[in-house]
Design a protein around this ligand. Structure first.
Ligand code: GLN
Length: 497
């Protein structure tokens, strides 16, 4: 029997449903794994041992009563520390929320609990989801399980690392500019940014509200689809939630057939700055799609080259407004409240002590871009670029079913390498940002190791809004073909921890 921690989510749920193993045994195996390796990996900010075991016991009791179990009942999950969890700390990787215990569950948290998913704990992240390496966490960086001296991507590096380190078969991330897909790419795991508005943002601590999107992270395409189905769907508590049926992602993941599909290669996402081994694996994936019966064409999206600067005006602008709520009165940290200072002084001292440098940089950038006299020149122009990007997508999707590109230009870089160079760090999201600006759906899945450094490479698949099922159809086919070719999954090549 394979070790429990190596089971896929689908296999785990089936084994629990058949009674081959109890949900408590599964949870305990993962808690033991966390205990054994997480000092090295630092994927978790908080492990909820009691909560996990009691959720697992509830699943076992339900089964004992003969009640039907859902498709993910008893499956452990690592939750990004940006979703509120009632009674369990939620820090967003920031000192300013240290010690804050949310009084309510995010809608996503509630849905996971209702599905019988066992939440193991909260994962490390760049502070308020700002970053591409998890180095901006106030609680220390996370290591990439492929090479602990390298970054696991960000901002959801903790969630991706937990999967790659076999600490959990499922995880949740959020993607504002790439924070699900880029960590997926550099850790050899699967990450999906669903269509904007299809997974509720209620209880997701806001970074950039018009871009933020929660989504599934997993080790297989089918597992991501099962999780996608569990968390997506209309929520009256989120005013931007889409009131429409969730695309049939699980069915699509099982199809494994791309014959007759038209696939566009985004011309703008290649050239200078793209690592040779990343391009090699990407080009092989395109060839594979052709062999599998898809029709591949080149597509030009000229405005995509403007996506990065537009994003770095829009996201900080929204963040500067959203983060105004951390005023020392409502949540977490309070500094300098000795009776001699005004509320304004306490707020200022608290924000000075509680926010890290990247968060401060973005608040300053955002307030500047929104200030009168500069608003039209910066924020206004960025919004116009956003429209141009949506039009490029519309034109592209008139001719193809999905677009493909590398997920990120390079493999995992060493911790520290880009920490003092925000521009270099921002480049990690060159290929992922357009889909956030336009609100459509995108996936990253592993397609091999770059020959020069033996580190994972991700293929990005992009679909129109509310056509998330196409990601799973293409991703499922590519994954199956590669696993056939290799005779195993990519993560089986990862060095032992
Ligand atoms: N790396 C990007 C940023 O720093 C994206 C972050 C995200 O998607 N949350 O803003």
């Amino acid at each position: 029997m394979t070790e429990l921690i190596r089971y896929t989510a689908a296999e785990t749920a089936a084994a629990v449903a058949k009674g081959e193993v109890s949900a408590v045994e599964v949870a305990q195996a993962h808690l033991d794994r966390i205990e054994a390796v997480d000092k090295k990996v630092n994927a978790f900010l908080h492990v909820d041992t009691e909560g996990a075991l009691s959720a697992a016991r509830a699943v076992d009791e339900k089964r004992a009563r003969g009640e039907e179990l859902g498709p993910l009942a008893g499956v452990p999950l690592a939750l990004k520390d940006v979703f509120t969890t009632k009674g369990v700390p939620t820090t967003c990787g920031s000192r300013i929320l240290e010690g804050w215990i949310p009084p309510y569950d995010a809608t996503l948290t509630t849905r996971l609990k209702d599905a019988g998913v066992v939440i193991l704990g909260k994962t490390n992240m760049d502070e308020f989801a700002m970053g591409s390496s998890t180095e901006n966490s106030a609680y220390g960086p996370t290591g990439n399980p492929w090479d602990l001296s390298r970054i696991p991507g960000g901002s959801g590096g903790g969630s991706a690392a937990a999967l790659a380190a076999f600490e959990a078969p499922l995880a949740i991330g959020t993607d504002t500019g790439g924070s699900i897909r880029q960590p997926g790419a550099v850790t050899g795991t699967v990450g999906v940014k669903p269509t904007y508005g299809s997974v509720s943002r209620y209880g997701l601590v806001a970074f950039s509200s018009s871009l933020d999107q929660g989504g599934p992270c997993a080790r297989t395409v089918l597992d991501a689809a099962l999780l996608h189905e569990a968390i997506a769907g209309h929520d009256p508590l989120d005013s931007t939630s889409i009131d429409a049926p969730v695309p049939a992602v699980v069915e699509a993941a099982k199809l494994r057939d791309v014959r007759g599909m038209r696939i566009g290669v985004v011309k703008e996402f290649s050239g200078e700055g793209y690592q040779a081994g990343v391009m090699q694996r990407f080009n092989e994936s395109v060839e594979l799609l052709r062999e599998l019966g898809a029709e591949v064409v080149e597509v030009s999206c000229p405005s995509f080259t403007l996506a990065l600067p537009a994003y770095y005006l829009i996201a900080p602008s929204e963040a500067s407004s959203n983060l105004a709520r951390f005023d020392a009165m409502r949540y977490g940290l309070r500094v300098g409240d000795d009776g001699s200072r005004s509320a304004e002084e306490v707020t200022a001292l608290t924000r000075e002590a509680g926010f890290g440098p990247e968060v401060k940089r973005r608040i300053i950038l955002g307030t500047y871009a929104l200030s009168s006299g500069y608003y039209d020149a910066y924020y206004g122009s960025a919004q116009k670029v956003r429209t141009l990007i949506s039009r490029d997508f519309d034109a592209a999707f008139a001719g193809v079913d999905v677009l493909v590109s590398p997920t990120t230009p390079t493999t995992a870089f060493p911790i520290g390498e880009r920490a003092d160079d925000p521009m270099a760090m921002y480049l990690a999201d060159l290929c992922t940002i357009p889909s956030n600006l336009a609100g459509n759906a995108a996936m990253s899945l592993p397609v091999g190791l770059a020959p020069e450094d033996n580190l994972p490479v991700g293929l990005q698949i992009i679909a129109p809004a509310m056509a998330d099922d196409r990601l799973y159809r293409v991703g499922g086919a590519v994954e199956a073909a590669l696993n056939d070719k290799w005779g195993h999954t990519l993560l089986e090549e990862a060095p032992a921890l």
